[in-house]
Structure formats: C-alpha cells, structure tokens
Design a protein around this ligand. Structure first.
Ligand SMILES: *[C@@H]1O[C@H](CO)[C@@H](O)[C@H](O)[C@H]1NC(C)=O
Ligand SMILES: *[C@@H]1O[C@H](CO)[C@@H](O)[C@H](O)[C@H]1NC(C)=O
Ligand SMILES: *[C@@H]1O[C@H](CO)[C@@H](O)[C@H](O)[C@H]1NC(C)=O
Ligand SMILES: *[C@@H]1O[C@H](CO)[C@@H](O)[C@H](O)[C@H]1NC(C)=O
Ligand SMILES: *[C@@H]1O[C@H](CO)[C@@H](O)[C@H](O)[C@H]1NC(C)=O
Ligand SMILES: *[C@@H]1O[C@H](CO)[C@@H](O)[C@H](O)[C@H]1NC(C)=O
Ligand SMILES: *[C@@H]1O[C@H](CO)[C@@H](O)[C@H](O)[C@H]1NC(C)=O
Ligand SMILES: *[C@@H]1O[C@H](CO)[C@@H](O)[C@H](O)[C@H]1NC(C)=O
Length: 356
C-alpha cells in the first residue's frame, strides 16, 4: 500500500521584506545552500539539507520551516532508544547539549501555538531553548554562525531538524540571558552576511529526481518557469510570516477522456513547508476518497491507497489541480498522482521494516 500525503512540491516561495532593514552597506551576496543530496523524512521521501550544531559538529538532516523563527533540533528521546532505530536516529541526528562546549541554555519554554501545526496531538511540546553554533553543512569549512537560537524538542512530532526561515521574534521572559530570539535570516541580514530578508525555496521532488534548492538573500530564477503565473499573498505582519493562501477550487482529474471533477468550494489554506500533509475540508476529502480509491486509516490518521487503486491511478494518469489565488489572479498548480505516492516510516509507523 502507498500513502497519500503530498506537499506543494513545485511551489517556489520567494518573498521579500526588504523594507525596514535598510542602510547596511557592503557587497553581501546571496547565500546558496546545497541540499544534502539525500532523501529523508518519516513521511517522505523529501530532499533534505545538512545541518551541523555545536562545538564538535553534531550532524543533522533537516527541512526549512517557513513560519518558524529558530532552529529546531530533535533531542535524544525514548523514540530513538530502541536498538533497531539507532541507524535512523543517527542519520537524522539527535542533539546532545552536553557534548557541546558552546551550548548556552536559556531555559525550558512552551513555544505554544507556534508549534501546533506540527503536532498531530495538538499539544505543543516542551522546548529547551538556548544558543549554540550552527553550521550550514556538515564540515568546518561550511558556513558557520555562532550564537544561534536553537529549540531542542523531545517529541516524535519532530524527528528531523527544522530550519526556521521566518522573521518573527520570540519574546523571552524577562531576565533571560540573550534577550529576544533573533531569527536566523534576520541575524544574517543584520550583520551583512546576506543582502536582504528574501529567500527562495523549492522543495524539489523525488519522482522527478530533483533535489531541493534554498537561497538566502535571493532566489534562483531558473527554478521559476513562468513568473507571470505567480500568485502573491500578504503575510499577517513583519513578525508573523505565516503564509495563508486562498484555494478557489480543486480539480480531480481521473479520467483521460472525461472532464475533471471541479470542487468549487473556496477555503483558506496555511502553507508550511515542513508540514507536507494536506488538511482539506471534509467534502473535498470525501471527493478524493471517491476519485482515487483511498482508504482512511483511523489508527494512523492517514489515507492509504492499496495496490489495485494505485495501479488504476497510474493507468488513468490521475492528477489534482489546485487553483490558488482569487479573482483575476488565479494560478493553477497541477500535481500528478506520483507526487502523492509517498511512504510512511518510523516513528510515524512503529515497525521499522514495515512499509505500507
Ligand atoms: C554574522 O553573525 C553570525 C551569527 O549571528 C556570525 O557567526 C557571523 O560570523 C557574522 N558574520 C559577520 C560578517 O559578521
Ligand atoms: C518585562 O520587561 C518589560 C520591558 O522592560 C516590562 O514592560 C514588563 O513589565 C516586564 N515584565 C515582567 C513580568 O517583569
Ligand atoms: C538522479 O539525479 C542524480 C543527480 O543529478 C543522478 O546522479 C542520478 O543518476 C539520478 N537518478 C535517476 C534514477 O535518474
Ligand atoms: C505564463 O503564465 C501566464 C499567466 O498564467 C500565461 O498567460 C502565459 O501563457 C504563460 N506563459 C507560458 C510560456 O507558459
Ligand atoms: C499569525 O497569523 C495567523 C494568521 O492570521 C494567526 O492565525 C496566528 O495566530 C498568528 N501567529 C502569531 C504568533 O501571532
Ligand atoms: C470518462 O469520461 C467519459 C466521458 O465523460 C465517460 O463516458 C466514461 O465513462 C468515463 N470513464 C470512467 C472510467 O470514468
Ligand atoms: C482497494 O481500496 C478500494 C478503496 O477503499 C476498495 O474499494 C477496494 O476494494 C480495495 N481493493 C482491494 C483488493 O482490497
Ligand atoms: C498525463 O497528464 C499530464 C498532465 O497532468 C500530461 O502532461 C501527460 O501528457 C499525460 N500523459 C498521458 C500518457 O496521458
């Protein structure tokens, strides 16, 4: 069986908030971050980035998170403890603050609603907040930044590192060493490492064998096929970079010779690059079930697709079209069935060797 659980794979998010951060001279160039070349994630495979932390570089693989404003690193936890999971945990990384002489702990915090989109349970996890060195790569010659804010999180909801690309500020309780939490991208802009608070992120795609692209302080124009087909959305504020898009209709194309089923019930969708799951209105979920032969697994809380439905979807060249934007500014994004054909792995499913 296969799991239906896609992301906006080809959506390039390039946005600019240059206003308000003026007057920094210099010849700063955009920072091009290479992907790890590997494919990761318990709900993937997704193209990941290498990340290092601490005085003796501890290696992680992670993904950008659009609405977060710090680095989130998985902490050693019980889910990582079983002998058969050690290889998986080593690959994803598990932060050991005690092994880093540069770690400076600020305290234990509840990051509250900011983390709720990531948690299936709805309960925000506890974070150990502090400062340490971050390396954008895995060796000492890669770009290295000192005193970066890190949240260590002990939860199965955070089995991979996350790289916050948001510009928001967390206000820490008074008296906390280090003051307010400066986001990675704002810190780099303030000291002139990058030319602007702009970034371009393309998540890449496994089925097209295209790795992710991430540029801080710029974007890769080669990854944008047609700029006039872009859609614009306002963010709530400079401090809140939550991306909310209007989906004006969803088209299900399951019949080579027939017309797509158009579901014209507009809704607002929050786009967070580190959350690949689609959460859609119930009537649209039911239409997906019908059109693609899906089965709801009430234990996993995921739709699965069995071998026979999978074959039919491939034969019919099934696809989904999201019309994003409104009025005269609607962009259509079409995802072939292959983009939804993903596999769950540990810790989302407990037995390491089971693929569903
Ligand atoms: C910019 O700041 C980071 C940490 O915030 C530091 O590691 C880096 O060396 C700084 N770069 C410059 C050019 O000051
Ligand atoms: C924390 O500091 C801010 C700004 O200095 C002040 O307005 C606020 O009253 C302080 N809060 C507490 C609980 O001390
Ligand atoms: C995927 O892309 C990489 C890098 O471009 C290449 O080395 C590899 O052969 C490709 N794999 C397939 C299956 O096409
Ligand atoms: C680019 O997008 C615009 C707006 O959707 C469309 O009118 C135009 O035909 C597209 N151009 C190409 C080359 O696909
Ligand atoms: C950011 O804006 C979104 C959308 O308006 C809102 O739901 C969310 O609560 C805001 N987040 C914070 C931390 O204020
Ligand atoms: C595909 O659409 C055509 C025309 O609307 C219809 O006659 C045919 O029964 C449909 N086939 C399937 C498999 O739904
Ligand atoms: C596959 O799943 C579909 C949709 O739930 C169901 O109708 C069909 O009977 C299943 N096929 C098999 C062989 O289990
Ligand atoms: C399958 O659909 C895509 C668009 O979703 C189209 O480009 C492609 O030509 C189709 N392939 C076949 C075999 O019909």
């Amino acid at each position: 069986m296969h799991v239906l659980q896609p992301i906006f794979i080809t959506l390039v998010l390039a946005y600019s908030q240059i206003k308000g951060v003026l007057g920094i001279p210099g010849s700063a160039a955009p920072l091009v971050i290479s992907s790890s070349g590997g494919w990761d994630g318990p709900d993937g495979p997704w193209s990941s980035f290498d990340l290092g932390a601490g005085s003796n570089i501890q290696a992680f693989r992670g993904f950008p998170a659009l609405s977060q404003s710090l680095y989130i690193l998985p902490h050693q936890t019980s889910w990582c403890g079983g002998t058969d999971q050690i290889e998986i945990c080593e690959r994803r990384g598990s932060y050991q603050a005690g092994d880093s002489t540069s770690w400076k702990e600020a305290g234990v915090y509840d990051l509250g609603d900011d983390l709720s989109p990531f948690t299936l349970s709805g309960y925000p996890p506890i974070a150990y907040l502090g400062l340490d060195t971050i390396i954008w790569g895995k060796t000492s010659i890669d770009p290295q930044f000192e005193r970066q804010w890190i949240a260590q999180i002990v939860s199965e909801d955070f089995p991979m590192a996350l790289i916050g690309l948001g510009t928001g500020v967390y206000h820490l309780p008074n008296g906390t060493d280090g003051g307010d939490v400066t986001s990675p991208i704002v810190g780099l802009r303030e000291n002139g490492t990058i030319p602007s608070i702009t970034y371009g992120y393309n998540a890449g795609s496994f089925y097209r064998n295209q790795t992710a692209s991430l540029i801080l302080g710029g974007y890769d124009s080669a990854r944008i096929k047609n700029l006039s087909a872009s859609a614009s959305f306002s963010m709530p504020s400079n401090q809140n970079t939550t991306l909310i898009a209007k989906i004006s209709s969803v088209g299900l194309n399951t019949n080579l010779s027939g017309n797509p089923t158009e579901l014209d019930t507009p809704f607002l969708a929050r786009i967070e690059s580190a959350v690949p799951q689609f959460y859609l209105p119930l009537n649209i979920c039911h239409a997906f079930e019908e059109a693609f032969g899906l089965t709801w697994d009430s234990t996993l809380l995921y739709y699965t697709v069995n071998e026979s439905s999978h074959k039919i979807n491939i034969q019919r060249n099934s696809s989904v079209t999201f019309s994003i934007g409104e009025n005269d500014q609607v962009t259509k994004l079409t995802f072939p069935y292959q983009a939804f054909d993903l596999q769950l792995s540990y810790p989302l499913i407990k037995e390491v060797n089971t693929s569903i």
